[in-house]
Design a protein around this ligand. Structure first.
Ligand code: PMP
Length: 436
């Protein structure tokens, strides 16, 4: 058996890790707040895996639930048959969702949740006799996964460059995308008017052509960008006025990240649909969900079977093992009060993060709940290089952060202790002082 760092064993088959060939970095175990590397080092997890292991790693309750489910009922066919755990999980989700979001469609990932929500928006308008509403509006720097719908409404032009325009009625900036706020020093006081761009799109295209607006309430993977105060409220107001559905993509912000079950709770704004994944199963088993209001559900799901406007269901939608993992995860969040814990730690987290303000290269710092971003001045002519060096140096110093361009993103598991928060910022202070 080759050693885990022996490159020859990984010469080709796995393609997702683009940097692996240059510098193999492997985790072989994880527990609580720590990963163990292939060469036996402990690395503090400053990112909850990929914004997903909100309860920390290898939690016994979740591990046991998965093992027990696999031994008891490994799979049950969806559609004509069912199994209890999927229904229990749907109820548990409804219990923590913003009021009125009481129907759940299960998927296997964030990307699939986005596709499903976009399709629901179109199907629902159609069922209500408004088939002309086909246009989907996203936001600059929005990230909604890697599938066709998600990259179309996503605001990263590079991700869809080779595919051209993918959905009818969704084109390139600025015709179907709202502007994004970038720098903020926290949550900006001003900028709610950015939402008024939606009025501009309504004037340009006609409200009767617009099906839905999808936004991350707080854009995560493109740099942790805070919505200006009042922005989401204004967006809600404009959507309601024009009969446009508002979809919150909460794949990152869901499950306690911002100190509440969902960002919708934190900001007090109720969308028509919420997409979720990641923290739903604590990042352990692929699973996603779309939460929708009863009005939306009933508009197209209550007809006789042959008249239902929308077909949904993956082979693994709400499959037993994922459902068991999801249930044990939600129980863990509840028993340990982890959403509240994130809220309680917010001030401490903020203070530590902002203590890096005067460090070299730092040009902006943003935070909310247990998420944070340190934006660095890019090196001239070499965008993303400084951010990546920060990631590498932190990793060498025993801390996992994520670099997205020249932004260092942080989102530790919600079980993080104050001493570990101190460790995160002390490590980063040294890293920042050591950067070119
Ligand atoms: N939406 C958002 C807001 C995300 O952050 C992500 C993943 N980072 C996705 C969708 C896609 O999720 P997945 O990678 O599980 O397909």
């Amino acid at each position: 058996k080759p050693a885990p760092n022996d490159l020859s064993a990984f010469w080709m088959p796995f393609t997702a890790n683009r940097q692996f060939k240059k510098a193999p970095r492997m985790f072989v175990a994880a527990e609580g707040m720590y990963y163990t590397t292939a060469d036996g080092r402990q690395v503090l997890d400053g990112t909850a895996g990929l914004w997903c292991c909100n309860a920390g790693h290898k939690r016994p309750k979740i591990v046991q639930a998965i093992q027990q489910q696999a031994a008891e009922l490994d799979y049950a066919p969806a559609f004509q048959m069912g199994h209890p755990k999927a229904f229990e999980l749907a109820s548990a989700l409804r219990d923590i969702a913003p009021g009125g979001m009481d129907h759940v469609f299960f998927t296997n990932s964030g990307s699939e949740s986005v596709e499903t929500a976009l399709k629901i928006a179109l199907a629902c308008h159609r069922a209500r006799g408004e088939a002309s509403r086909t246009r989907l509006v996203g936001r600059e720097r929005g990230y909604h996964g890697v599938n066709f719908g998600g990259i179309s409404v996503g605001g990263i032009v590079n991700n869809r460059r080779v595919f051209g325009n993918l959905l009818s009625g969704v084109d390139h900036l600025p015709h179907t995308h709202l502007p994004q706020n970038a720098f903020s020093k926290g949550q900006p006081e001003h900028g709610a008017h950015l939402a008024d761009a939606l009025d501009g799109l309504v004037a340009l295209h006609g409200a009767e052509t617009i099906a839905a607006v999808i936004v991350e309430p707080m854009a995560g993977s493109t740099g942790v960008l805070m919505p200006p105060k009042g922005y989401l409220e204004r967006l809600r107001e404009i959507c309601t006025r024009h009969g446009i559905f508002l979809i919150f993509d909460e794949v990152i912000t869901g499950f306690g990240r911002l100190g509440a079950s969902f960002a919708a709770e934190r900001f007090g704004v109720r969308p028509d649909m919420i997409t979720a994944a990641k923290g739903l199963t604590n990042g352990i088993i692929p699973m996603g969900a779309v939460l929708v209001s009863a009005e939306i559900h009933d508009a197209f799901m209550n007809g006789p079977d042959h008249l239902i406007e929308f077909f949904h269901g993956y082979t693994y939608s709400g499959c037993p093992i994922a459902s068991a993992a999801g249930l044990a995860t939600l129980e863990t969040y509840r028993e340990e009060g982890l959403f509240q814990r994130a809220a309680d730690l917010e001030a401490y987290w903020q203070e530590g993060l902002h203590s890096l303000r005067e460090c070299p290269h730092v040009i902006d710092i943003r935070n909310m709940g247990l998420i944070g971003a340190i934006e660095l001045q890019p090196m001239s002519g070499e965008p993303a290089k400084r951010g990546f060096s920060a990631f590498l140096n932190a990793y060498e110093a025993g801390l996992l952060v994520r670099s997205t361009g020249d932004t260092i993103a942080l989102s530790p598991p919600l079980i993080v202790e104050k001493a570990q928060i101190d460790q995160i910022f002390e490590t980063l202070r040294k890293v920042l002082h050591g950067l070119d």
